[in-house]
Design a protein around this ligand. Structure first.
Ligand code: FES
Length: 106
C-alpha cells in the first residue's frame, strides 16, 4: 500500500491509498480521478495515462521500457519526468509519491 497524490492540471489534489501490485494508473481509474483516461487499459498503447512524476520520485518509479518511451512520442507536452502511469507498479517504496497530470488531460 502506498499513499499517492494525484494532482490535476488545475491543482486539485486527490490523495489515495493504492494497493501494492496495482499500477499508478489503476489507482487513479479505480478512484475516478479525472485526467487519467487509460483508454487502452494499461497495455502501453494509448498514452492517455501520461503523468509527470514529481521531483525526487522519478528514480524510484523505475526505468522506462523501450515501448513506453516510444508510446510517449504520441503524448503531448512530454517532459524529462514524463511517465505512463500504467507502467509504474505501486510498492511500499512509493509511499508519498506525487504525480501531476498534463494540461492536455483534463
Ligand atoms: Fe494506455 Fe497507459 S493506459 S498507455
Amino acid at each position: 500500500m502506498a499513499k499517492i497524490t494525484y494532482v490535476e492540471h488545475d491543482g486539485t489534489e486527490h490523495v489515495i491509498d493504492v494497493k501494492t501490485g496495482l499500477t499508478v494508473m489503476e489507482g487513479a481509474v479505480k478512484n475516478n480521478i479525472p485526467g487519467i483516461d487509460a483508454d487502452c487499459g494499461g497495455a502501453c498503447a494509448c498514452a492517455t495515462c501520461h503523468v509527470y512524476v514529481d521531483g525526487d520520485w522519478l528514480p524510484k518509479t523505475g526505468s522506462k521500457s523501450a515501448m513506453e518511451d516510444s508510446m510517449l512520442d504520441f503524448a503531448e507536452n512530454v517532459e524529462p519526468n514524463s511517465r505512463l502511469s500504467c507502467q509504474i507498479k505501486v510498492s511500499d517504496e512509493l509511499e508519498g509519491l506525487v504525480v501531476r497530470m498534463p494540461e492536455s488531460q483534463h
